[in-house]
Design a protein around this ligand. Structure first.
Ligand code: PEP
Ligand code: MG
Length: 756
C-alpha cells in the first residue's frame, strides 16, 4: 500500500468515527484504537488540556485506570514538552530524552520508542497525541504524518465538542502566557495599548477531511497559480516594501512558490483525504519539524519566508484574501505586520488603531510618515514579534523607549498606564501653547507649520495652533483611493482643506507617487519600469509625462483656490526646466479658466522642494523664479548618503546631525541669502527636537512638521537664543570630527532644554 493510500485509510476510518453519533469521549476512545492499530503501536494516547494541566483523556495500551487521573503540567515530561514547544518528538528511546518523566500509574515502563504531536487549536497546543512501542525504533515519516493529520482531526473534534474552551486555549503554556518583551526601534514615538491583530490574519482551518479529493486538488492548483502570479507582481507592492534586502526575500519566495517538491507534498496530503487547507498546514507542520532539527539560523530565516508563503497560500485557497483592515477592528488594537504600505495603513480605523509593530520598517518610509501624521506610535525592526506575540494578546507598546510588553502582569500594566496618563498630561500642556506665538528668547519669530495629507488632518491646525500647512501631501488622496481620483474629487478635497485652514496658508505639493508610495492603478507601470523606484519615475517626473494627471490636478487646485491665495509646490525638482515645465501646466490651465470666465486664485505662490542634491548647485538660477523653497530632508538625506530611506538595514546608519548634512543645509541657506525667497524644511528631521535645534542654529526660520511635534517644537523655540546657538553650531561644524549629537545634547541639557 502506498503512503497516501494508508493515510487515506486512516482518514476514512477517522471520518466514520467523527460522523458517528458517539459522544466526544467515545470518539476519543475510538481514535486511539484506530491509530494504535494502523501504526501497529502498542500504545496510543490522547492528552487534553483541562484547567491548565494536560490530562490523559484516552489510551490504548496504558492502564485504563490512569485515564482522567494522570495529569501533568505543560512543560513537564515529554508530553508537556511537546505542548509547550508546539513541536513533534520522535524518539527511539524515550528514557534517553532529558525531559522524560516516568508516571508509574500508567504502566509505561516497558515501552521504549515514543512519538508525539501537538494538537493545535488557534495556533496554540491544546493537547498531545502520542504513540509508544516496546521496540526501540524511530517512527517513519509517514507514521508521523498520520499522527499530524489525526491531530488536526482531533483539533476539529475538540472545537466542535467544546472539549477545550477558548479561554483555556488562550491561556495555555507557560511560555505562551508568560509576559514577554519585544524590542525594536522607535519609529513614531508614543505609547499605546491594545490587543494584537495581525495585518495578514491566519486562517483557522475548520474542515480537515475532504469530501471530494479531486475538487480539493483543483482548488490547490488554482491557488498555486494565483500565488505565483502574486509573487511575480510582488516587487511593486507596498506591503512587501522596496529596497535591496527585499529582493533576496523575493527570490526565496519565488524559489518556494515554484518548488515542485512543495506542491507535490501538498498533493500527496490531499490524496490522503485532507482538504486543501489542511494539506498545506500538514506539510507546513512537517517542514517546521525538519527545520527545527537542522537548527541553522540561515535556514530559520528562510523558514520565516516559507511560513509567510504557506499562510498566503492557505488564505488564497480559503478565499480569505482581505487584510485585518477589511474585517474591521473591534477593539483597541496594536497592529502587527512584516511591513506595510501607507495606503494599507490608511485603511484601518484610526479610532481603534493604537499602535503598530513592524518586523521591518525605517524612519522615513512613508508608512511611518503616515502613522506619525495619524498620531499612531510605531515600533520597527521588531524581529522577534512573531515568536512572542499571538493574535489577541494584550500588548502595551512603548515606542518611546522601543519595546512592547506582551501579556503584561498587572504591576507592569499599572506602571504603564500611569506613565501613559503622565504623557497625556504633557500633551495637554503642549496644547496650552496653541495660541502662543513661537518667538525665540532673542525675539525672532519662527514659523512652525504642520504637514498634512488628508481632510481629517486639518483639525490639527486649530488643535496645535500651527502657522499653516507647510506641506500638504496631495498624493495621500491617491493612495487611499482604489482608482485614480477624478478632478472633481480633487477639487472638493482642496476646497475643503482651504476652508478648514481659514486665513492660514496651505502649501499644496503636487502628487509625489512612485517610490514607496505606489498606487495600485499605476503600480504596474512603476514597478515594471523601475529597478530603483525611489530614484526612478516618480513625483514630478511621472506627473510631467502623464500630462493629463498634472493638468487635472492643476485645474483642481486653481479652481479650489478661486478668489484666495494658492501655494503650490513641486516635488523632486532636479533641474530648473522641470520647474518651468510644471509651472507652464498651471499657466495654461489658468489661461483656460480665464477664457471660461471662471474665478482663479487671487494670487499664486510657486515653490519647489529641494530634495535632489543636484538642485542645490543651481539655486542661483532657480531662486529668482520662486516665492518659497522647502527642503525635503527625507529624500535629500537618502540621496546624499545613497541610502534607501525604506531599507530597514540602513534605518540607523546615518545621522541627520552629521556634518555632511548640516554643512549641505547651511550652504543652501547661504545661497538663498538676499534672494527674498522663504526657505524652510518640511522633512521629518524638523519635528525632532535635537534636529530642529540644529536647523534653527544654521539659519532655518520655517519648519513644517508632523502635528504632534508642533507643541514640543514651539516650547523648544521659546527657550533658545539664536545667536548663542548658531555660534555653537558654527564651532562644531568647523571641526568635522566633532560628535554634533553629543555636543548639542549637552548644550541643551545645560540650558534645561528637553530634547527627547
Ligand atoms: C521629504 O522628502 O523630505 C518630504 C518631505 O517628502 P516625502 O517624505 O513625502 O517624500
Ligand atoms: Mg520627498
Amino acid at each position: 500500500m502506498t503512503a497516501a493510500a494508508s493515510a487515506r485509510q486512516i482518514l476514512t476510518r477517522l471520518t466514520e468515527v467523527m460522523a458517528s453519533r458517539m459522544h466526544a469521549q467515545g470518539k476519543l476512545d475510538s481514535v486511539v484504537e484506530i491509530i494504535g492499530e494502523c501504526l501497529t503501536s502498542e500504545v496510543c494516547s490522547i492528552y487534553l488540556l483541562r484547567e491548565g494541566m494536560l490530562e490523559l483523556f484516552a489510551t490504548r495500551g496504558l492502564n485504563q485506570s490512569a485515564v482522567h487521573v494522570t495529569r501533568m503540567a505543560v512543560g513537564e515530561g515529554l508530553t508537556g514538552t511537546i505542548a509547550s514547544n508546539v513541536e513533534t518528538l520522535n524518539l527511539a528511546e524515550a528514557k534517553a530524552h532529558p525531559d522524560f518523566l516516568y508516571r508509574p500509574e500508567t504502566g509505561e515502563e516497558k515501552f521504549h520508542s515514543f512519538a508525539g504531536v501537538p494538537i493545535v487549536y488557534r495556533e496554540r497546543a491544546v493537547g498531545v497525541l502520542c504513540v509508544q512501542h516496546v521496540d526501540p525504533r524511530r517512527y517513519e515519516e509517514v507514521e508521523i504524518e498520520a499522527l499530524q493529520t489525526t491531530a488536526m482531526v482531533l483539533s476539529e473534534l475538540i472545537a466542535n465538542a467544546e472539549l477545550v474552551d477558548e479561554e483555556e486555549a488562550r491561556g495555555l503554556t507557560e511560555e505562551q502566557t508568560a509576559p514577554a518583551t519585544v524590542t525594536g526601534l522607535p519609529m513614531v514615538k508614543g505609547l499605546g495599548a491594545g490587543q494584537a491583530v495581525y495585518h495578514q490574519p491566519r486562517v483557522q482551518i475548520t474542515q480537515v477531511m475532504a469530501e471530494d479529493i479531486e475538487a480539493e486538488r483543483q482548488r490547490v492548483y488554482r491557488a498555486f497559480d494565483k500565488m505565483r502570479e502574486q509573487i511575480d507582481n510582488l516587487a511593486g507592492q507596498a506591503e512587501f516594501g522596496v529596497g535591496g534586502e527585499h529582493e533576496e526575500v523575493l527570490e526565496t519566495y519565488k524559489m518556494f512558490a515554484y518548488d515542485e517538491g512543495w506542491s507535490r507534498r501538498i498533493n500527496e496530503a490531499i490524496d490522503s483525504g485532507l482538504t486543501a487547507e489542511a494539506a498545506i498546514e500538514r506539510v507546513q507542520q512537517h517542514t517546521r519539524m525538519r527545520m527545527r532539527e537542522i537548527d541553522d539560523p540561515l535556514l530559520a530565516d528562510r523558514m520565516h519566508d516559507l511560513e509567510d508563503l504557506a499562510n498566503r497560500l492557505i488564505r488564497i485557497v480559503a478565499g480569505q484574501l482581505g487584510t485585518a483592515a477589511s474585517q474591521g477592528l473591534r477593539r483597541d488594537t496594536i497592529l502587527i505586520a512584516r511591513n506595510l504600505g501607507p495606503a494599507e495603513l490608511l485603511e484601518y480605523d484610526k479610532r481603534r488603531l493604537k499602535g503598530v509593530i513592524l518586523e521591518e520598517g525605517s524612519l522615513t518610509a512613508h508608512v511611518v510618515i503616515v502613522a506619525r501624521a495619524m498620531g499612531v506610535p510605531v515600533l520597527g525592526r521588531a524581529q522577534s514579534v512573531r515568536g512572542l506575540i499571538r493574535e489577541g494578546d494584550d500588548v502595551l507598546l512603548d515606542a518611546t523607549v522601543g519595546n512592547a510588553m506582551v501579556r503584561p502582569s498587572s504591576q507592569v500594566a499599572d506602571a504603564f498606564h500611569a506613565r501613559f496618563a503622565r504623557s497625556k498630561e504633557r500633551q495637554a500642556a503642549y496644547a496650552n501653547l496653541r495660541d502662543v506665538e513661537p518667538f525665540t528668547r532673542c525675539g525672532t519669530r519662527i514659523h512652525v507649520m504642520m504637514n498634512a495629507g488628508l481632510r481629517d488632518d486639518m483639525s490639527n491646525l486649530a488643535m496645535t495652533g500651527a502657522d499653516g500647512v507647510g506641506l500638504f501631501r496631495t498624493e495621500f488622496q491617491f493612495l487611499v483611493s482604489a482608482t485614480l481620483p477624478q478632478r472633481e474629487r480633487q477639487t472638493r478635497l482642496y476646497r475643503d482643506v482651504l476652508d478648514a485652514a481659514g486665513d492660514k496658508p496651505v502649501i499644496f505639493r503636487t502628487v509625489d507617487i512612485g517610490g514607496d508610495k505606489s498606487v495600485p492603478y499605476l503600480a504596474s507601470d512603476i514597478a515594471r519600469n523601475d529597478e530603483n523606484p525611489a530614484m526612478g519615475w516618480r513625483a514630478l517626473r511621472l506627473a510631467l509625462e502623464r500630462e493629463g494627471l498634472m493638468k487635472a490636478q492643476a485645474r483642481a487646485l486653481l479652481e479650489a483656490a478661486g478668489g484666495r491665495a494658492l501655494y503650490v509646490m513641486f516635488p523632486m525638482v532636479s533641474e530648473v526646466w522641470e520647474f518651468d515645465a510644471a509651472k507652464a501646466v498651471f499657466d495654461e490651465q489658468l489661461a483656460f479658466l480665464r477664457s471660461k470666465k471662471k474665478l482663479g486664485p487671487e494670487r499664486i505662490h510657486y515653490g519647489a522642494m529641494l530634495e535632489v542634491p543636484a538642485l542645490a548647485e543651481v539655486l542661483d538660477l532657480l531662486l529668482p523664479k520662486l516665492s518659497f523653497l522647502s527642503v525635503g530632508t527625507n529624500d535629500l538625506t537618502q540621496f546624499l548618503f545613497a541610502a534607501d530611506r525604506a531599507n530597514p538595514k540602513l534605518a540607523q546608519r546615518y545621522d541627520w546631525l552629521s556634518p555632511s548634512i548640516l554643512r549641505f543645509l547651511r550652504r543652501v541657506i547661504q545661497s538663498s541669502v538676499g534672494s527674498g525667497v522663504d526657505v524652510g524644511v518640511c522633512g521629518e528631521m524638523g519635528g525632532r527636537r535635537l534636529e530642529a535645534l540644529a536647523l534653527l542654529g544654521i539659519g532655518f526660520r520655517r519648519l513644517s512638521i508632523t502635528p504632534a511635534a508642533v507643541g514640543p517644537i514651539k516650547e523648544l523655540v521659546r527657550k533658545i537664543d539664536l545667536a548663542e546657538l548658531s555660534e555653537a553650531l558654527s564651532g562644531w561644524l568647523a571641526d568635522p570630527a566633532t560628535d554634533i549629537r553629543a555636543e548639542l545634547s549637552a548644550w541643551a541639557d545645560e540650558r534645561e532644554i528637553e530634547t527627547d
